[in-house]
Design a protein around this ligand. Structure first.
Ligand code: NAP
Ligand code: F7E
Length: 343
């Protein structure tokens, strides 16, 4: 049985990747942060008491800021594959917390790579690189496009990209960068724009809210469906040679177009509900990200199947269903926590 370690297992991608690897017969180990409330809601459905026979998912406390812990974990688990998905992943928040973002999204990766080296294990390593690294470089972007990050988050990801390549070249580690364009799902964090929109559509439809406050509606993104992207991550680690790959749909969509599709799908007109709030603008914006994933298609046989229009409908349906299921306890909670004004 193959063993995998996933950092960021409690996040959107970590939860789908854990599902995929369990379905393929892996033993899955996940790094989770200690928090004062439960933070495992995305993976609770996968969890079995480890005392029971057949349990194949094991969670370990740890943090990318704690290098010694990473060494002891790797030495204890001896994984065949390590997926480094943990990060402070919110671009707007990275302007508020640039040092923390550098420490986790950037230096965290070299702590993990160094832990692999110090633990002396043979494993394959996946680094969650991002289209945000391309920043101001014009589209279409592929593996050869110059990096021009436009945020502390993008800059931290560029650092992680290069140390991953360096460990491949310096130590012969099978280490790859998946350069993933935006990918979303009903499990997307509530402060990323797609989920913010679809969650709000559900609440407006239910009569719980009237207005949605947004920033820049003109930026162009290439939005795909997260479950398909974790399949691409896995394929990168099964390849014969370590290589970096872009995963994207190649289909551009503005924030405004996503809004329009999501509101239309619920029979609403976004013009009646969407208001501008400058606090959602970023000091520097990434105007246009449109990926060219042809290398992933030819070498890995990976191709995105769901585009932004289908995605918006999937997410609106899921948020409407969640609202109907969860009843009044959930309905009474505000759209965003009162302290979360940045995203
Ligand atoms: P996400 O939902 O924000 O999940 C981030 C995960 O990292 C969570 O499990 C979080 O734990 C964990 N984490 C944060 N700081 C940590 C730390 N210091 N130590 C250990 N764990 C920590 O992100 P995602 O959308 O799944 O994305 C996965 C990865 O891909 C991230 O590295 C992201 O930057 C990158 N990426 C994402 C996209 C996208 O469109 N989704 C595109 C390109 C690249 P808690 O649950 O405790 O907060
Ligand atoms: O913003 C605009 C905003 O926060 C998308 C992360 O997964 O993908 C993600 O980063 C666009 C931006 O994602 C609001 O200005 C307008 O142009 O959903 P987002 P992101 O910044 O593209 C990359 C690939 C990653 O790697 C990251 O980890 O939407 N926008 N109004 C808004 N964005 C937010 N969040 N909230 C608004 O109200």
């Amino acid at each position: 049985m193959k063993k995998a370690l996933i950092t960021g297992i409690t996040g959107q991608d970590g939860s789908y990747l854990a599902e995929l690897l369990l379905s393929k017969g892996y033993e899955v180990h996940g790094l989770i942060r200690r928090s004062s409330t439960f933070n495992t809601s995305r993976i609770d459905h996968l969890y079995k008491d480890p005392h029971e026979p057949g349990a194949r998912m094991f969670l370990h406390y740890g943090d990318l800021s704690d290098g010694a812990r990473l060494v002891t974990l790797l030495a204890g688990i001896h994984p065949d594959e390590v997926y480094n998905l943990a990060a402070q992943s919110h671009v707007r928040v990275s302007f508020d917390e640039p040092e923390h973002t550098g420490d986790t999204t950037g230096i965290g990766s070299i702590r993990l790579l160094e832990a692999v080296r110090l633990a002396g294990i043979q494993c394959r390593f996946y680094q969650a690189s991002s289209s945000e690294m391309f920043g101001a470089s014009p589209p279409p972007q592929n593996e050869d496009t110059l990096f021009y990050p436009r945020s502390p988050y993008g800059a931290a990801k560029v650092y992680s990209y290069w140390v991953t390549r360096n460990y491949r070249e310096a130590y012969g580690l099978f280490a790859v960068n998946g350069i993933l364009f935006n990918h979303e799902s009903p499990r997307r964090g509530e402060t990323f724009v797609t989920r913010k929109i679809t969650r709000s559509v559900a609440r407006i439809k239910a009569g719980l809210e009237h207005n949605l406050y947004m920033g820049n509606l003109d930026s162009v993104r290439d939005w795909g469906y997260a479950p398909e992207y974790v399949e691409g991550m896995w394929r990168m680690l099964q390849a014969d040679e370590p290589r970096d790959y872009v995963l994207a749909t190649g289909v551009p969509c503005t924030v405004k177009e996503f809004l329009e599709t999501a509101f239309d799908h619920a029979g609403l007109d976004w013009h009646d509900h969407v208001k501008f709030d400058e606090r959602y603008l970023r000091p520097t914006e990434v105007d246009s990200l449109i990926g060219d994933a042809s290398h992933a298609e030819s070498a890995l046989g990976w191709k995105a199947g769901v585009d932004a229009t289908q995605l918006a409908r999937i997410m609106v349906d899921a948020d409407i269903a969640a609202l109907e299921c969860e009843g009044s306890a959930w309905i009474d909670t505000p759209l965003l926590p009162a302290w979360d004004k940045a995203s």
